[in-house]
Design a protein around this ligand. Sequence first.
Ligand code: ADP
Ligand code: ASP
Ligand code: MG
Length: 405
Amino acid sequence: MALIVQKYGGTSVSDAERIRAVAQHVAQTRHNGHEVVVVVSAMGKFTDDLIVLAEQISPNNPDREMDMLLTAGERISMALVSMALSTVGVESASFTGSQAGIITDTTHRRAKILEMRPDRIREALDDGLVPVVAGFQGVSTERDITTLGRGGSDVTAVALAAALKADVCEIYTDVTGVFSADPRVAPKARQLTTVSFDEMMEIAATGGRVLMLRSVEFARRHNVPIHVRSSFTWEPGTWIVEEDPTMEEAIVSAITDDTSEAKITVAGVPDRPGVAATLFRELANNGINVDMIVQNTSLHNVTDISFTVAKIELEAAMTACQKVQQEIGAVTVTSDDQIGRVTIVGAGMKSSPGVTALMFETLYNNGINIEMISTSSIRISCVLHADKVGDAVRHLHSAFGLDAE
Ligand code: ADP
Ligand code: ASP
Ligand code: MG
């Protein structure tokens, strides 16, 4: 008998029929002799709809109230799934994140889990019930309701799996696993059988939204195996596991794309110590996450600094830059929201020369200009014009031999 945490994403619970299919699958898993904890997302695009509704009230709503609003989506799903379970003879009880003992910090809209106290979930399991937990939410140390960031139900599932020492965390979604590229962008993408935690971290961090980054970090830290699979076909999917040193590593295993960021360029700044420190301190003080950073070599002691931020934080980031513009002596601060990032990820890259050259040649041969570059030991990212992202993914996918037959 295994303990399995099963997380169902928005499309997996998008209507009554899908919810009934989920209940059937949970019943089958129980029938096979396993204990199950279910974690659910809001139905379909319900979270997006709630955000639009709130924007119709005001463009800047208090984060505390946004969290109150958004957590309602998962509450609806958890009750409906629990009802569906009872129709197929499975006894269950639903729990909010707070009731499930998910304790977070006080940062509304992207709270971090500080502690897990899933006593009620354990009791429910001991009583033979299937606990159904609302994903994406917790309760802060100040006793306010918080959310864990977009896509956060993945974190709920992995955190519960870790705290309950589950054997596996199954992530049910609308694709059959993790692919060598987003199958919606690259129709020739192939499904991967296994992916290491390290590779999955890079895939999630650079746009492969099939798993939220923080859930992969959590899984790696607590060594929770993740199985990403489809709630439409129920076939075996992709396993995210600790790297097996005997396994041959693919040089490039996936290509990702991300058009959620914008670029800011602070131009004509004097090349002296303290400039970058002042600029990025101001951004940090405003809670803005900076991603890629490029500083040019200076010509006549003057240089440019470019960096990327989430599009939704662009306005706040520009305000922060303009605030310190005079102090750091910058000539201009400009932004470009028509950019995208394309990344190649592969654990075997560490020991293979020529990967960077092939990436740049492929982009060049297809007339695609590179605006920024960043690397880690198992990843190379290029920032391009947003229009070129889809083509770049498809060309790189072919160039690195990833296309399915
Ligand atoms: P859920 O609502 O189930 O959490 P998401 O929309 O968050 O689902 O994640 C699934 C989507 O992730 C897929 O529909 C797919 O378009 C996208 N995706 C992006 N990159 C990849 C990839 N490398 N492999 C599989 N899916 C990917
Ligand atoms: N419903 C939330 C969102 O759309 C959380 C999730 O689905 O994981 O971001
Ligand atoms: Mg998701």
